[in-house]
Design a protein around this ligand. Sequence first.
Ligand SMILES: [Ca+2]
Ligand SMILES: [Ca+2]
Length: 586
Amino acid sequence: MARRVLSVHRHDPTGALIPAIRWPVLALQAAFLVSFVACNDAPPVPGDQLLIEKRSVPDSCPRAVKEGDFVRYHYHGTFTDGTKFDSSYDRGASNNVFVGKGQIIAGMDKALIGMCVNERRFVKIPPSLAYGSQGLSGVVPPDSVLHFDVLLLDIWNSEDSVQVETYYKPENCSRTVQVSDFIRYHYNGTLMDGTLFDSSHNRMRTYDTYVGIGWLIPGMDNGLLGMCVGEKRIITVPPFLAYGEDGDGKDIPSQASLVFDVVLLDLHNPKDRITVDSLNVPENCERKTQVGDYIRYHYNGTLLDGTLFDSSYSRNQTYNTYIGKGYVIVGMDEGLLGVCIGEKRRVTIPPHLGYGEEGRGKIPGSAVLVFDIHVIDFHNPNDSVSIISLFKPSNCLEQSKKGDYVKYHYNATLMDGTLLDSTHQYGKTYNIVLGSGQVVMGMDIGLRDMCVGEKRTVVIPPHLGYGEDGVEGEVPGSAVLVFDIELLELVPGLPEGYMFIWNGNVSPNLFEEIDKDKNGEVLLEEFSDYIYTQVEVGKGKLAPGFDATKIIENMFRNQDRNQDGKITEEEFKLKDQEDKERHDEL
Ligand SMILES: [Ca+2]
Ligand SMILES: [Ca+2]
């Protein structure tokens, strides 16, 4: 059919050959296809041979032109004397044809066969395979030998589909891209000859898109499927699955194959919830977090590609928050539920449960977040002290109570085992009066109702410990404390409120007894000597655990009504009629 039509043109006496076609080289090839076929069986005529000289061949040639392929190529056409008659470079557009289909002069149709992209050939085409004895009106004189310098830019075939070549695949690939996933990736987009037309790397931001639902050119919608995060692949897309005939109007020419070098950074589906992977769960886990608990944990926050965006370790401070109250992103509020103290888990959070399309700080928009968390401790604001008895002596006559002077050993740690303090390292007990505010409330509670010799573990929530502030350099804020204690000695205290009591009846001549030098005045020294003597001989008793000197000074000042440094009998007597409820008096 084509031949018949072209034969007509060949014999057209006007020489006006296929005027509708713009470019001469495009125009008349077919005419000489006929000529070529006609001469096919004739012996070769000198100067009538097609000569092909390979000027440069690329190292890699994955594909060579064969008949039926579509090619894009540049050429520079000259006569034998070097005069240029045509050049695709001058037009700023490649020549685009199906090879071997008679769309170009026969010599060129043959010369392109076997070429690789980026291969350059120098071709001498005899008139019998070009414009013959007629030439091309106004452009090619009759019987012209034509020289072409040809550079191949692109090959594809209408039977092609997307080609995917994975050149890096990470070891761990638990999930691959599926239709309707949302992904973030980087790419370099080149034409087949290596010309870069676009790069997300140059823009310094990922390309973020849904896959497989028509947001992308068909070739990419298909070529990205099945990828793992971290995978790198080359996706080669023929033009009919890319920008086709029109190109993109800017950097992608008509009928161009596209080569995308892609690395996948992020992947999720809008239907995803968080994913929790337990990395380490302690054997003893009597309690797990629930809504309303206050938790302290360490974390490393990374993107799916491993980029670290935040770490509590770098701040050397745990992250502390209430759980399930909206103080943290939704995904983390969920991910912190049901953990044990000491547990390590990985929480993977899709962006709609994280920082969304906007991102924040170092977190890009639409990023999946991976938190490796380590739970240091948690408590509930309603928690009281938890007491675990480790050993209780069988004969326990007396249990500790408020006012008692107790001597005990302790080992204090955080929930993760970090040692805070230990009396064992000092080689002596810690001694306090219960209920006197000498230790944190939780410790005071934990030491009650204890027998000498008893051993306990006391767990103290921060509101009964060192609170939100902790102790700088020693106890972190909001820390749960663990005390292993052993009660070694217990000195019963005086009845509540008393700092000194008589064991028996009070002497009726008390003032005279105290006023040793009988001058009618009691000085502090006389008073002090007297009290100490009473304690020594067992007639009186001072509250244990306090500074005796201070107790006695207080007692003295209370008697010395006018504060002149001495107690007169009158002052002393006055006391008798006084409020019996005042206990630190005689
Ligand atoms: Ca005196
Ligand atoms: Ca006085």
